[in-house]
Design a protein around this ligand. Structure first.
Ligand code: NAG
Ligand code: NAG
Ligand code: NAG
Ligand code: NAG
Ligand code: NAG
Ligand code: NAG
Ligand code: NAG
Length: 427
């Protein structure tokens, strides 16, 4: 009997060891892969390391349209493109709530690069700065490049990909801040004078099938450049190009930590988001009055006195919180804010010391220009007890910014995070 049991135990331990061995050998490589490909780490930004097996090939989306919430969605489209084309994705700079080569800060000033890497474990990434360094390192040989515009034309049904030989194709003029371009070789020929237009027709975003079709069209055409080292992408489309639903990028820990500090300092609180741009200016003062009376009710119902106010209106001097809101009218927008100020004691990002990614104090103007306040506001709104948004007559119709907050709040509530009462309410 004892012998039999021992044998069973031995057999059992052997199989367990095997199961564990198999489990770990299967698990470990996929985890360590993330490290291997994680080019952002300076110790990896070495051409020999990356281009051992094939030529170094890059996709550089140097100019991403729209503001941060939408721009990061576009970035995820380029990540899918780069992965399918087996190219290294260059992460452009950020600043002023945008993503693009002309901006001041590195990509990880806004985003946690690991969160992109987590969703694309096989994709190789390089920051703009590392990429420029690589170009400079190509002493004797000029890397080849091609410029491609992806744009929409909703007036027709088909997609096409054509060479554009008109005279207005100087990409430096088109907004590529990139002196290193002189060290590159256009189409192996120094012929600066053309680019390719990839024009998307119809309502391409309407369903997964048309996106599937579109993304195949794009990939098949871009594959024609398989001998060109660098694809410079200019973007003029609004919706995602690929059917896959990929989580949004996570923000950098320095922003999240700061937002959580603010949130802890004022909680429980009601967060108000009021994006005035593109709302009818004439309605603004009335909207402010309606907001005030709604706040009075909510404060009682939820026994909450702190208010956090997130807006695109410049709350202090001319310090911008939005880089697209130019048509600010004192008699409407300004008046609405004055009414609010006279009646509500609110917090905003101005009540907290601005700091940089190292936690050092930062000049407030520089902080505003960095575009961090918009992201900070977004996270503070995400954590509020009540998230109050403007009714349709007081705002722009749809906002990716607001939907991002709502979807985060939905997830936090689903995870039973305490202190979040509702996803959102309109005032
Ligand atoms: C870069 O990678 C090396 C090797 O894995 C590691 O020792 C180092 O800490 C990493 N550096 C950073 C800044 O992550
Ligand atoms: C680049 O990487 C290779 C392979 O890991 C290594 O042998 C070489 O020393 C590295 N070169 C530099 C300049 O770091
Ligand atoms: C290519 O796109 C640009 C920018 O939209 C446009 O100005 C140009 O006319 C287009 N070229 C062709 C040949 O369609
Ligand atoms: C493109 O435009 C820039 C800025 O206007 C100019 O400096 C450059 O010489 C132009 N390049 C070509 C090839 O025309
Ligand atoms: C898919 O794209 C091709 C090429 O643009 C087009 O001819 C075809 O009609 C499209 N099919 C659908 C279902 O959209
Ligand atoms: C590049 O594309 C051409 C045709 O466009 C094809 O013949 C060739 O095999 C491709 N090369 C690689 C490395 O994929
Ligand atoms: C939109 C929404 O979910 N509203 C709810 C917010 O919470 C109160 C109670 O706390 C409900 O009565 C609302 O229906």
């Amino acid at each position: 009997m004892i012998k039999k049991e021992t044998i069973i135990i031995i057999i059992f331990s052997i199989s367990l060891t095997w199961i564990l061995t198999i489990f770990f050998t299967v698990q470990l490589p996929s985890q360590s892969k993330i490290q291997d490909n994680y080019i952002f780490n300076e110790s990896y930004s070495n051409e020999t390391y990356f281009c051992e097996f094939s030529k170094c090939k890059f996709l550089f989306p140097y100019k991403i349209s729209e503001q941060e919430s939408k721009a990061q969605k576009h970035m995820i489209q380029y990540a899918q493109m780069a992965q399918k084309l087996d190219r290294i994705l260059i992460l452009p700079n950020v600043g002023k709530s945008r993503i693009g080569s002309c901006l001041e800060y590195p990509f990880n000033y806004y985003y946690l690069i690991e969160s992109l890497q987590r969703n694309f474990p096989n994709l190789k990434l390089m920051t703009q700065k590392q990429f420029y360094k690589w170009i400079k390192s190509q002493k004797n040989k000029k890397p080849s490049y091609q410029h491609i515009i992806i744009q929409e034309n909703r007036n027709r049904k088909f997609h096409d990909f054509i060479k554009d030989q008109s005279n207005n194709n100087n990409i430096t003029k088109k907004g590529l801040c990139f002196d290193e371009i002189d060290e590159m070789d256009f189409d192996n020929n120094n012929n600066y004078n053309y680019n390719y237009n990839l024009t998307i027709g119809g309502r391409y975003w309407k369903n997964d099938q048309s996106l599937e079709n579109l993304s195949n069209f794009i990939i098949n055409n871009l594959k024609l450049f398989n001998n060109t080292e660098i694809l410079l992408m200019e973007q003029n489309f609004i919706y995602p190009l690929f059917p896959n639903h990929i989580p949004h990028l996570e923000y950098s820990p320095h922003i999240i930590n700061k937002a959580i500090k603010i949130s802890q300092h004022i909680k429980p609180y009601i967060a108000i988001q009021w994006r005035m741009e593109l709302g009818n200016p004439l309605n603004m003062p009335k909207c402010a009055e309606k907001l005030i009376s709604r706040l009075e009710d909510l404060k009682k119902v939820y026994n909450t006195k702190n208010i956090y106010f997130a807006t695109d209106y410049p709350l202090k001097d001319s310090l911008r919180q939005s880089f697209s809101f130019h048509d600010i009218k004192q008699e409407y927008h300004g008046k609405a804010i004055d009414i609010l100020r006279d009646n509500v004691n609110f917090f905003s990002w101005f009540n907290f010391t601005p700091t940089d990614q190292f936690g050092n104090n930062m000049n407030i103007k520089e902080f505003a220009l960095s575009g961090i306040p918009g992201i900070l506001d977004k996270i503070v709104c995400t954590r509020a007890k009540i998230f109050l948004i403007a009714p349709p007559e007081c705002r722009k119709k749809t906002s990716s910014y607001t939907s991002m907050i709502n979807s985060e709040r939905f997830d936090l509530m689903k995870a039973n995070v305490e202190g979040i009462e509702n996803i959102s309410l309109e005032w």
